[in-house]
Design a protein around this ligand. Structure first.
Ligand code: XIL
Length: 354
C-alpha cells in the first residue's frame, strides 16, 4: 500500500488531513473525496466541529455536517481528531457579540463553555480519537515579547476570552472533556510551538511547556500536545533536531504529541510572471523550500515513539485556507498536491521519509 496512510502505518504513524466539507461533497470535484478516502488514516473537520458550526443559534444544535463527517470517517476506517472545544475564534456570532459588548460576563461564559464541552464531547462519545480541548490560548511573542501569557493583544477577543474565563479555565476544560468521554485523548493545541526559542520570557514553546507541566503535576487529564505546524518558507527553516528536541521535552512530561495542522506556505506568484513568486524566487525553489519544511516536521515526529499522528491542514492548493488568510504579503502553495492534484516535491519528500 503506497498511499500515505499505508506508508505511515509501516512507521506506526497515522497520517491525516483536515477535510473541507464543501469540497468533500462536491460531485464536480471527485478527486478531493477520493484523495481524502484513499490517502489518510485520520481526519479533522476543517470547520464543521467548531462552535459556530454546531450552535449557530443559541440553544439549538445543528449536528448534520459534523455527523456526516464522522460517519464518512468510520466508513473509511479513519480515526477522528475532534477540533475544537475551547477557542476564542469561530465562536457563534451571538457569543462573540456578547463577549465584545459585555452582555456575557465571566461566570456566564464559563457556564456556556462547560455546557458546550459537555454536550459536544458527549454527542461524539466513543467516536473521537483525539480532542483539541484547548486551542491557541497563549499569546505570541510578537504581541507581547517580554511576557507571554494566557490571551493575546490587549483589547483583542483572544485576551477578552481569557480574562472573562480566568486562568483556571484551561484545567477545567480538560476535566469537563474527560468527564464526558473518558476514552478520548485530550490535547492542548497551538502554533509556533515547533521548537524552543531562547527559553526566556518571550518563548511561547517554553510557556506551553511550563503550563503542561503544571497541569500534569496537578492531575489535570491532559494526554497530548498538538503542534499545529503552520510554517512559512519566508521565515527560514527549522532544524530537525531542534524540533525533535521540543517533542522529546513534551513527551518527557508524560504526554503524547502530534502534528495537527501542517502546511508550508510561501510567498506566491507574481501575476505578471507565473514562474516567479512575489519575492522573485523561482517556483521550483519555492516548492523545494516547502518540501524541506514538511521533511523537518515529519522526521522529528518519526524520531519520537510518542508522536501519534501527522495531520496536514488541507492537501491540495485547490482547497487551502492559506491564500484567504495570508494576504499581506500574499502567500500560498503550502500543500502536498498542487491545485490540479499533481504531486509536488513536498509529497514526494514525505513519501520518501515514510
Ligand atoms: C481555519 C480554517 O482552515 C479556515 O477555513 C477558517 O476560515 C479559519 O480557520 N488554526 C486552527 C484552525 O486551529 O482551526 C484554523 O482553521 C487554522 C489555524
Amino acid at each position: 500500500d503506497q498511499s500515505l496512510r499505508g506508508l505511515a502505518a509501516r512507521n506506526g504513524l497515522y497520517f491525516g488531513t483536515a477535510v473541507d466539507a464543501g469540497a468533500y461533497a462536491d460531485a464536480a470535484d471527485p478527486q478531493y473525496k477520493s484523495t481524502v478516502d484513499g490517502q489518510f488514516s485520520t481526519v479533522t473537520a476543517e470547520n464543521a466541529m467548531k462552535w459556530e458550526s454546531l450552535e449557530p443559534t443559541r440553544g439549538t444544535y445543528d449536528w448534520a455536517a459534523a455527523d456526516a463527517f464522522v460517519a464518512a470517517a468510520a466508513r473509511n476506517h479513519q480515526l477522528v481528531r475532534g477540533h475544537v472545544l475551547a477557542w476564542y475564534s469561530q465562536l457563534p456570532g451571538w457569543l462573540t457579540a456578547g463577549i465584545q459588548d459585555g452582555s456575557i460576563d465571566g461566570p456566564q461564559l464559563r457556564d456556556l463553555l462547560h455546557k458546550h464541552i459537555t454536550d459536544v464531547v458527549a454527542h461524539f462519545r466513543g467516536r473521537i480519537w483525539q480532542w483539541d480541548v484547548v486551542n491557541e490560548a497563549v499569546s505570541d511573542p510578537w504581541e507581547t515579547p517580554s511576557a507571554i501569557h494566557l490571551g493575546g493583544n490587549a483589547g483583542s477577543l483572544k485576551q477578552k476570552f481569557a480574562d472573562l474565563l480566568g486562568p483556571d479555565y484551561v484545567a477545567d476544560a480538560f476535566r469537563w472533556a474527560r468527564a464526558a468521554d473518558p476514552k478520548a485523548l485530550l490535547f492542548y493545541n497551538d502554533y509556533n510551538i515547533e521548537a524552543f526559542g531562547d527559553g526566556g520570557p518571550g518563548d511561547k514553546t517554553q510557556f506551553v511547556y511550563d503550563m503542561v507541566k503544571r497541569l500534569r503535576a496537578a492531575g489535570v487529564p491532559i494526554d497530548g500536545v498538538g503542534s499545529q505546524g503552520h510554517l512559512s518558507t519566508q521565515y527560514g527553516n527549522y532544524d530537525v533536531l531542534a524540533v525533535a528536541d521540543a517533542l522529546d521535552r513534551f513527551t518527557g512530561l508524560g504526554v503524547a504529541v502530534a502534528f495537527t495542522e501542517v502546511d508550508a506556505r510561501s510567498l506566491t506568484k507574481d501575476a505578471k510572471d507565473p514562474a516567479l513568486d512575489a519575492a522573485g524566487q523561482d517556483v521550483n525553489a519555492r516548492d523545494q523550500a516547502s518540501a524541506y519544511n514538511y521533511h523537518v516536521l515529519l522526521q522529528a515526529c518519526l524520531m519520537n515513539p510518542h508522536c501519534l499522528s501527522f495531520t496536514v491542514w488541507g492537501f491540495t492548493d485547490r482547497h487551502s485556507w492559506i491564500p484567504g488568510w495570508f494576504k499581506n504579503p500574499p502567500e500560498g502553495a503550502g500543500c502536498l498536491w498542487d491545485a490540479g492534484y499533481q504531486p509536488k516535491k513536498a509529497l514526494r519528500t514525505v513519501q520518501g521519509d515514510l
